[in-house]
Ligand binder design. Structure first.
Ligand SMILES: CC(C)(COP(=O)(O)OP(=O)(O)OC[C@H]1O[C@@H](n2cnc3c(N)ncnc32)[C@H](O)[C@@H]1OP(=O)(O)O)[C@@H](O)C(=O)NCCC(=O)NCCS
Length: 159
């Protein structure tokens, strides 16, 4: 697997990010969602290999919590370990800013993402009934968290 180069997402990147977002998700974010995140100062990262955009992430910091709002790998490159690398980068970012926890919501049906989170050490914290729109009605969201308290005190990287 090629190493990933990490850069900041800019407004000019949104078209290519949105293209991947639509390919990878049944209910994609809108371009406006990405623009709002950039305008709000959320941390937004692009991950590239050999100058090809492989994926991206969007992270919001609320006090000492880091909320992972979006993580995505372009479908052609899924299953090659890139998602795990991107998640590892987000955890490093959270540790650097001395966050105590990384939290995220994931669709109850998104077993692939849940497997990634569980195998990285995330725990299920609660279930939000009907949190997401679905093809038929609504779908539950699973709130998951990874506590970093000890790691950030020690200044260690998790991975
Ligand atoms: C979720 C996502 C980011 C994972 O990225 P990825 O590059 O495919 O994942 P990786 O190759 O790093 O695999 C990480 C783990 O995911 C799980 N996984 C990957 N492919 C899987 C599959 N086909 N079935 C089940 N689990 C799978 C495994 O646990 C894997 O770990 P392992 O290879 O050590 O067993 C990616 O599938 C994606 O972008 N999905 C669409 C957007 C999305 O659902 N984002 C998450 C929203 S909460």
């Amino acid at each position: 697997m090629t190493e990933l180069a990490v850069t900041q997402m800019q407004l000019a990147d949104i078209d290519k990010v949105f293209h991947i977002e639509k390919l990878a998700n049944r209910f994609p974010w809108t371009k406006g969602n990405f623009e709002d995140c950039l305008k709000s100062g959320y941390r937004t990262f692009l991950y590239s290999a050999d100058d090809e955009l492989i994926g991206y992430s969007v992270v919001q910091s609320v006090l000492d919590e880091v909320h992972l709002l979006n993580i995505c790998v372009t479908p052609a490159h899924q299953g090659n370990g890139y998602g795990r690398k991107i998640l590892s980068h987000i955890i490093d970012v959270a540790v650097e800013q001395s966050a105590v926890i990384v939290v995220l919501e994931v669709r109850a049906s998104n077993f692939r993402a849940q497997q990634l989170y569980l195998s990285t050490g995330f725990n299920e914290m609660s279930v939000r009934r009907g949190y997401y729109p679905a093809e038929q009605g609504r779908e539950d969201g699973v709130l998951m968290g990874l506590e970093l308290g000890m790691l950030s005190q020690l200044g260690q990287s998790l991975l």
